[in-house]
Ligand binder design. Structure first.
Ligand code: GLN
Length: 452
């Protein structure tokens, strides 16, 4: 098969399937086919597994010349004039970007229902949410629309939609992948990562996008190993920790059972699995929503009706340009975060909220450091439930926030974590996550591969 044939088939299939799934905001048909033709002409590189492979990219990652909206009215017509580093790296690997995927507006949410444009459906049940915020990226892969996609994860947005759709999603260590060209949400949390059908595919994609970038000073200059090299080594002798807080009340019995079964599988494969405690887990949600919203309120100041995107048509003076453009351009959830963030950073609230949350973050980092002295990996659920119904939770933000209790700690601590399928409950996929030491994605991939 040529790259052109594969790309055309992919696009035809997306056109046939996506009216049910709604995973895509934009397709880039002509450019994709042109690029595929160019790759065929140059010849597929047999040593490059990604050569000629179509990809879908979350719509908060910049793609030169291709509209990038962050699923916000604010950026509805925004055409970037450069590529994000990950986009460029994939282009250099001869992948073919066929389109941009739906998400919660500015990546704020866990169901993709906060998109200003459309409601993406779960690939297994069209009445259920696909998770979020990278819901489009996950549903597109699960529905067979695309071979792999990129998402971003600030508090679970790669892992939770991967779990809800029964696929593999990796949130790399903070600093492993450049954030240059990712529309910023919480800059000390955000990471880009791959969503794929298999663990091996995932490792191939991380190989391609990881590494230091002079445009992102928080990107690490640690060498990037070949994540596929030792992936088949197995888990014999590995020490896996099972935090009791991740199997506590409020988590569905089926989800717990799937995790305990996975623990048994790992024991059979030669690993040891033991219960541990991450005592500050219960403060994670509160700390995360204060800190990430504070960062968001600062990052989103740039959307002022002047420099980028939407400008109110009825504004009559400068003040109205700012206020009306932001009032009309941002959706409710984004406004909620901006208000929470600016409040937490205000002089009167800073000590009681922002500073307190920052201290909690340190305690949670220390919880993980203690466990990783003795263990190679932490195993746990991704979310307390499987995918819930569209419309069921979106009107209740606090319930939505509480669902993130087991993904958020990983971002607070900057750790790598991968969600992989761990079974089904009532016909819907259950996901488990494997959390690793900083920059030890390789061990996660090994254990994920052994389980798959
Ligand atoms: N659900 C979380 C939030 O709304 C995580 C989002 C994300 O990781 N981008 O903030």
């Amino acid at each position: 098969i040529t790259a052109e044939e594969l790309t055309k088939q992919t696009i035809d299939n997306i056109k046939a399937v996506d009216s049910d799934i709604n995973a895509f905001i934009n397709l880039d048909e002509d450019a994709a086919i042109e690029k595929a033709q160019a790759i065929d002409k140059a010849g597929i590189d047999p040593d490059n597994v990604l050569s000629g492979i179509p990809v879908a990219i979350k719509d908060n990652i910049l793609t030169n010349g291709l509209t990038t909206t962050a699923a916000s009215k604010m950026l509805e017509n925004f055409k970037p004039i450069f590529d994000a580093t990950v986009t460029k790296k994939l282009n250099d690997k001869q992948t073919i970007t066929v389109g941009k995927t739906n998400m919660d507006e500015f990546a704020m949410g866990g169901s993709t229902e906060n998109s200003a444009f459309k409601t993406t459906k779960n690939a297994w049940d069209f009445t259920k949410v696909p998770g979020g915020s990278s819901g489009g990226s996950a549903a597109a892969v699960a529905a067979g629309e695309i071979l792999f996609s990129l998402g971003s994860d600030t508090g679970g947005s790669i892992r939770q939609p991967a779990a809800f759709n029964g696929i593999v999603g990796m949130k790399p260590t903070y600093g492993r992948v450049s954030r240059w060209g990712l529309i910023a949400f919480g800059s000390s949390f955000d990471q880009i990562g791959p969503l794929t059908r298999s663990v091996l595919d995932n490792a191939y994609v991380l190989n391609a996008i990881a590494g230091h970038d002079k445009h992102d000073l928080t990107s690490s200059d640690k060498e990037v190993p070949d994540y596929t090299a030792n992936i088949k080594d197995g888990v014999k002798g590995m020490k896996i920790a099972l935090p009791k807080e991740y199997l506590a009340e409020g988590i569905d019995q089926d989800v717990k059972d799937a995790i305990l079964k996975a623990a048994e599988t790992y024991k059979k494969l030669g690993a040891t699995v033991e219960e541990v405690s991450l005592p500050h887990t219960k403060y994670g949600v509160a700390a995360y929503y204060i800190l990430s919203s504070s960062e968001a309120s600062s990052n989103l100041q740039r959307f002022d009706g002047i420099r980028y995107g939407y400008r109110s048509e009825t504004a009559k003076n400068l003040e109205e340009v700012y206020v009306q453009s932001r009032s009309e351009g941002f959706g409710d959830e984004v406004k909620r975060r901006i208000m929470l963030g600016t409040f937490s950073l205000s002089a009167g609230a800073f000590d009681a909220y922002f500073k307190k949350a920052a201290k909690v973050r340190t305690l949670m980092i220390q919880d993980f450091q203690k466990v990783f002295k003795d263990y190679d990996l932490i195993l746990g659920p991704v979310a307390p439930t499987t995918a819930y119904g569209i419309g069921e939770e979106v009107s209740d933000p606090v319930t939505m926030y509480l669902n993130d209790a087991m993904t958020i700690p990983v971002n607070l601590a900057g750790l790598p974590s991968m969600s992989i399928p761990a079974g089904f409950s009532n016909g819907l996929p259950v996901g488990m996550q494997l959390i690793g030491r900083p920059f030890d994605e390789a061990t996660i991939y090994k254990a994920g591969y052994a389980f798959e």
